[in-house]
Design a protein around this ligand. Structure first.
Ligand SMILES: [Zn+2]
Length: 236
């Protein structure tokens, strides 16, 4: 009797151990799948550039994000929503090409001395109906003017090709050239600011053809990095 119940006890505890092992294995598998899902989600990917690849680092600032709405049209269209969506789509394209991309909010603490292979702040222009066009600018007193001129040129070329928009040069303001983020990033990080188009005159492109807008940005940045950092640039 004693021996029998002891055998039963051993059998029970053995089954208990197996159940525990199965539970742990299941937890590890489910946890792993969950982590994989999180890392691949674009939103978390924004903050985890290191997980994407080991290619050159691109910083994209989504204008007004986590601070204010930017321009708001009569029907409620908000500049910040366009800027962020375009930044996310451009980031996805660039990650596919092997670059690391980080999306930064307007007043990110990271901006002070920010180091990357290239930095671009993304904004959109006002709701004025009869204006159309985009523009790109670098800081007036740049520490790396040749590199930044190359960046501005590459963006004018690629963005114009992808979107069909014309440069709207006579509205490049001193505000753009003195943009706070360009003054805060590390002096050796080549940076620029783009105004994607007018939320008035270019509304269809900015709201219904954001993929084309993102391609323009991705192609401009890729072209710049191929010229400026060809050895560090992925071969895709
Ligand atoms: Zn803006």
């Amino acid at each position: 009797m004693f021996r029998q119940s002891s055998a039963h006890g051993r059998a029970r505890s053995c089954l208990g151990n197996i159940a525990t092992v199965v539970k742990v294995v299941l937890l590890v598998v489910v946890g792993g799948l969950l982590l994989l899902e999180l890392v691949n989600s674009p939103r978390l990917g924004d903050f985890l550039p290191g997980f994407q690849s080991k290619g050159p680092l691109i910083g994209l600032l989504a204008g007004h994000w986590q601070n204010d709405s930017g321009a708001v049209c009569k029907d409620g269209l908000r500049e910040v929503d366009i800027n962020l969506e375009v930044a996310r789509r451009a980031a996805a394209l660039l990650r596919q090409r092997g670059y690391r991309v980080e999306i930064l909010p307007e007043f990110s603490a990271k901006l002070n001395g920010y180091q990357a292979d290239v930095f671009l702040a993304i904004h959109s222009d006002s709701c004025i109906e009869n204006l159309s066009g985009f523009k790109v600018a670098r800081m007036t007193h740049s520490s790396v003017p040749e590199r930044e001129d190359l960046l501005v040129q590459a963006l004018y070329q690629a963005y114009g090709e992808a979107t069909g928009l014309k440069p709207h040069l006579n509205t490049v303001t001193e505000d753009m050239r003195q943009y706070h983020a360009l003054r805060r990033i590390a002096p050796e990080t080549p940076g620029a600011i783009i105004e994607l188009g007018f939320m008035g005159g270019d509304r269809y492109l900015l709201t219904h053809e954001q993929d084309r807008v993102a391609v323009g940005i991705a192609n401009g940045l890729s072209a710049f990095l191929r010229q400026y950092a060809p050895t560090a640039t992925p071969r895709k």
